[in-house]
Design a protein around this ligand. Structure first.
Ligand code: 13P
Length: 246
């Protein structure tokens, strides 16, 4: 059976004080046994790694980051290195998010370097792939994603990896990709992997009111949640999604 991973991507939100307040509300709402099966992850800003990591000690909620550089250290202003993350017991790191690709010049080549660096430091990268609205309208979705995967995954261990299918037009828009369509694309992604057990998430306007339908899809192994992960009650409802009856 493939693992489930429900990750929250806080993006550039929450101070340390706000992060602590979130955890005070969130932790009592998620049951340790559910968490052991569903692997919730909080991918928080670097400045909150210490505060959140401390509060998650001994909990079954995992700590995640949102970027990693490929060098061990060096003159790379504004970047973060693997040893700086592992010091905080970070387990997961988002790599190649469309916001990094769109606004910060991330390419498939740098994504590949970052993925390999994450694995070198024992972290599980969450690789994001997805098409723009224009690419979808021009029937390029399959090709775009196939190219992103082929370039990103060179030399990457697929056993220590999570993939997130995040159609760019669905991010932060409330315009969720229809669950069956997300399931179809995720099936295509899986067909391109050599390791079929790699968990593949859906991301893009995941909310408490659509998570059950998303998780009912057979190919979808979890979610990467932006806006709705900022609210403790909402994210707890997402982690506590209603599993389809067997
Ligand atoms: P939203 O859930 O806010 O659409 O963001 C999705 C996302 O980008 C998660 O990485």
């Amino acid at each position: 059976m493939r693992p489930t991973v429900i990750a929250g991507n806080w993006k550039m939100y929450k101070t340390q004080a706000e992060a602590r307040a979130f955890l005070d509300a969130f932790i009592p709402l998620v049951d340790p046994e559910t968490c052991a099966e569903r692997n919730p992850v909080l991918c928080v800003p670097f400045t909150s790694l210490g505060a959140v990591g401390q509060r998650l000690q001994g909990s079954t909620v995992h700590l995640g980051a949102q970027n990693i550089h490929w060098a061990e250290n060096g003159a790379f202003t504004g970047e973060i290195a693997g040893p700086m993350l592992t010091e905080y017991a970070v387990r997961y790191v988002i790599v190649g998010h469309s916001e990094r690709r769109q606004y910060f010049g991330e390419t498939d080549e740098t994504v590949n370097l970052r993925l390999k660096a994450a694995q070198r430091y024992g972290l599980t990268p969450i690789l994001c792939v997805g098409e723009t609205k224009r690419q979808r309208d021009q029937n390029e979705t399959e090709q775009v994603i196939s190219d992103q995967l082929a370039r990103a995954l060179i030399g990457v261990d697929q056993q220590q990896l999570v993939i997130a299918y995040e159609p760019i037009w669905a991010i932060g828009t409330g315009d969720t990709c229809e669950a069956q369509e997300a399931n179809r694309v995720i099936g295509l992604i899986r067909s391109q992997l050599i390791q079929p057990a790699t968990p593949i998430q859906y991301g893009g306007s995941v909310k408490p009111d659509n998570i059950d339908a998303i998780m009912a899809q057979p190919e979808i192994d979890g979610a990467l949640v932006g806006g709705a992960s900022l609210d403790a009650q909402g994210f707890a409802r997402i982690v506590n999604y209603q599993a389809p009856s067997a």
